[in-house]
Design a protein. Sequence first.
Length: 266
Amino acid sequence: MKTSTQRQYSRAFTLIELLVVIAIIAILAAILFPVFAQAKIAAKKASDLSNVKQLSLGILMYGADVDDTYPFCWGYGTDWLPWHMQVAPYIKNRQIWLSPVDNWARGNTSTNPAADPINCGVGTYPSVGVTYSMNYTWPAGSWGWSSNDQQELMSPTSSAGGASQTAVPSVASTIIIAPRPNWYHQWCQGWATEVFFNYGEFTMKGGGSKMFGNGTNYGFCDGHSKFMEVSQTLRPQGLQANTAKPANWPTGTDWPWPVGMWDKRQ
């Protein structure tokens, strides 16, 4: 009887087949990785919007207990507390004061405290970053600090110690919160608590105005929050288009007139 020996062959991938598979994986990665990155940014944008919304509502709750007034960004009275410390009891979550895309290095400690013995006291304190500021600006040009100066007339708050919430005619189109991320904006420091549309830390690369692509999230005086481009915030509101530019308004391209949602006079 004759027997035949059958040879068994093992099937392996050829070099061409391996190259094709690698090429397919590379193509899929090139397509999917940007999608994943966009999804991650979208999630952070939604988280930031939620932060701004909660802080805006916190301001309203603060006002309900303080004669319907807004806190002043730098603080006032016997306890010179920045607005984030004034509103903090209504938020009870310090993490939401820092945007998920605020990656500014602030060091390990803060050494210039606000007058808050409970949270800060005297000495050095753990560094706790703060991103968001209130709509207000330093005096410009011939402005001073009187109640009739432009920064006081525009702002929903006031250096006199809080402005009435009923004094804002169009609460749904008046900005109260915008981001001002930088290395020294911290919990135990009472500066960088105000922001305006032409501040360098708002307009610069890595600043607040373009935290998410071409825009950022804003909080408004009625408690809602919204993503906008800075150019949208500067569009004339209400009667502004027919309002003459004040005689003491600064000159220069960085001081347009009117200033839209940054000015409560609508």
